[in-house]
Design a protein around this ligand. Structure first.
Ligand SMILES: Cc1cc2nc3c(=O)[nH]c(=O)nc-3n(C[C@H](O)[C@H](O)[C@H](O)COP(=O)(O)OP(=O)(O)OC[C@H]3O[C@@H](n4cnc5c(N)ncnc54)[C@H](O)[C@@H]3O)c2cc1C
Ligand SMILES: NC(=O)c1ccc[n+]([C@@H]2O[C@H](COP(=O)([O-])OP(=O)(O)OC[C@H]3O[C@@H](n4cnc5c(N)ncnc54)[C@H](OP(=O)(O)O)[C@@H]3O)[C@@H](O)[C@H]2O)c1
Length: 427
């Protein structure tokens, strides 16, 4: 059977996969349950696949957040908005004539690898079920759409939601809001909601360093690129020092001091949080202990009343179309070579399922180029792939604290180099 490849998802990761496979002359069918391409970057006021909100701008700057095959238009802002990104991804799909390979409004319900190695893919469109067979399966379904909720003793009688459901600040006008988390969603949601609330507090279960969006007039990732040839530990040491010189100590903001090294948690990039704290608009709190009605008790024995809690506690690595016995990455290690090749199944691939200290889609683009070479057999799957997968788990690019969100981290520059060197190896 000639190669017939199924691609799940047409967000920033699925698009370069389609492009590079069709350019290699490989037959592709891509499915997306949305009605257009762009994935997370199609803002919707109602709950949808997307987790962006009305005012989201990215945290990786445009210089380091573009496909090498399709640069941004010069007028795009340093940190593009979700709207600029939606336009960018849809222009990419139009430019490379990808739409004709995509079936929209189509949910991939299940994917089963049969005994002959082929994939049986069941889709649903307009309540109509269809089963198709493919030689290869490329998973690009994203990893920031299924909310992960925290659990605390007691019951909160106000409204409890997740950042995935937060769409805009307006519904929180005049309300008392508690935001949970120290990642980019938490800090963005705290800043945005504090513009209209009577009180916004942010609860951290540990200390974090807040990285500004600009340093010496340059986007921070562009500034940091000057250090890309240094060993990662030295880069992180310098980055931590620069953050401290820029902000001063967390202590002056009433925030907990980080007990880990810079880079040991996914970076939180925000130029407004500390400003808002010093203007009395956001109140820092420590970890939650328990709830009693609308009262939230914190681990420092203080308590406050809130109308809303917004848990910005991250997302699950979810693949609901696989039988959980076949594959389940919700917890535990994710042993994939270059975060894309499965140790056992040579016709199963993941694109974009990594968390860079930087932007996802340039890495997804390089993975897609390597994928097309692998499918054409121009790149040879290593015979020791199982041990390479294990090694990626035991030797991550950097040592991070052991929480669920830190299982698929890569250093942006090193990951790009590793992928490009494999692409060069292809005959
Ligand atoms: C608020 C927010 C801000 C972010 N900012 C940045 C940033 O600054 N830089 C950065 O690099 N990343 C950022 N991210 C991470 C984000 O995941 C990536 O930017 C990017 O969207 C990943 O692309 P993707 O194609 O892998 O996944 P997605 O964009 O999530 O796209 C997945 C696609 O798969 C489709 N799909 C999923 N399941 C199925 C199914 N079963 N059947 C059919 N179709 C399916 C979806 O409809 C969607 O179109 C941010 C995330 C959030 C939530
Ligand atoms: N403007 C932007 O571009 C933007 C905005 C939002 C998100 N993003 C991106 O989207 C992705 C997801 O970010 P995110 O902030 O939603 O999630 P995240 O990075 O997973 O952060 C989750 C935060 O919640 C904390 N947490 C998790 N479980 C908890 C619990 N049970 N109790 C208390 N705290 C808990 C985590 O603590 P630990 O540190 O202990 O794990 C962390 O501080 C990231 O890639 C991020 O960069 C970008």
């Amino acid at each position: 059977m000639n190669k017939q490849v199924c691609i799940i998802g047409t967000g920033p990761s699925g698009l370069p996969a389609i492009k590079n496979l069709i350019e290699a002359g490989i037959s592709v069918t891509a499915y997306d349950y949305n009605s257009d391409v762009g994935g997370n970057w199609i803002y919707n006021e109602n709950e949808s696949h997307s987790s962006v909100f009305e005012t989201t701008h990215i945290i990786s700057s445009k210089t380091l957040s573009q496909y090498e095959d399709f640069p941004f238009r010069p007028e795009v802002s340093d940190y593009p908005s979700h709207e600029e990104l939606r336009h960018y991804f849809q222009s990419y799909a139009k430019h490379f004539k990808l739409y004709q390979h995509i079936e929209f409004n189509t949910l991939v319900k299940s994917c089963e690898r049969k005994d002959n190695g082929l994939w049986e893919v069941t889709t649903i469109k307009d309540e109509h079920k269809q089963v198709e067979t493919f030689t290869d399966l490329v998973v690009c379904n994203g990893h920031h759409w299924e909310p992960k909720y925290p659990n605390y003793p007691g019951k909160f009688s106000g409204s409890f939601l997740h950042s995935h459901q937060y769409k805009k600040a307006a519904p929180f006008a005049g309300k008392k809001v508690l935001v949970i988390g120290g990642g980019n969603s938490a800090c963005d949601v705290a800043v945005e909601s504090s513009r209209v609330t009577t009180k916004t507090a942010i609860s951290w279960r540990r200390g974090y360093r807040i990285v500004p969006k600009f340093l010496m007039g340059k986007p921070t990732d562009v500034f940091a690129t000057k250090m890309k040839f240094l060993p990662i530990y030295l880069r992180n040491l310098l980055a931590g020092l620069i953050a401290e010189i820029n902000n001063g100590s967390n202590y002056v903001y009433g925030l907990q001091k980080p007990s880990h090294k810079f880079g040991a948690t996914h970076p939180t990039i925000n130029s407004e949080l500390l400003y808002k704290i010093r203007h009395g608009k956001i109140m820092p709190k420590v970890e939650i202990d328990h709830f009693e009605g609308k009262k939230v008790f914190f681990k420092d024995n203080t308590n406050e009343e809130f109308d809303f809690i917004i848990a910005c506690t991250g997302f699950a690595l979810a693949h609901p179309f696989f039988d959980e016995k076949f594959l389940n990455y919700r917890e535990g290690p994710v042993p994939l070579y270059l975060k894309m090749f499965h140790p056992k199944y040579d016709n199963l691939f993941f694109i974009g399922m990594f968390q860079p200290l930087g932007c996802i889609w340039p890495g997804a683009e390089q993975q897609s180029k390597l994928l097309s070479l692998a499918l054409k057999k121009a790149w040879k799957r290593p015979s020791n792939i199982e041990s390479l997968c294990e090694r990626e788990v035991t030797h991550p690019h950097m040592k991070q604290i052991n929480t669920n969100r830190h299982r698929i981290t890569v250093d942006f520059h090193r990951f790009m180099r590793d992928l490009k060197s494999q692409i060069k190896k292809a005959v």
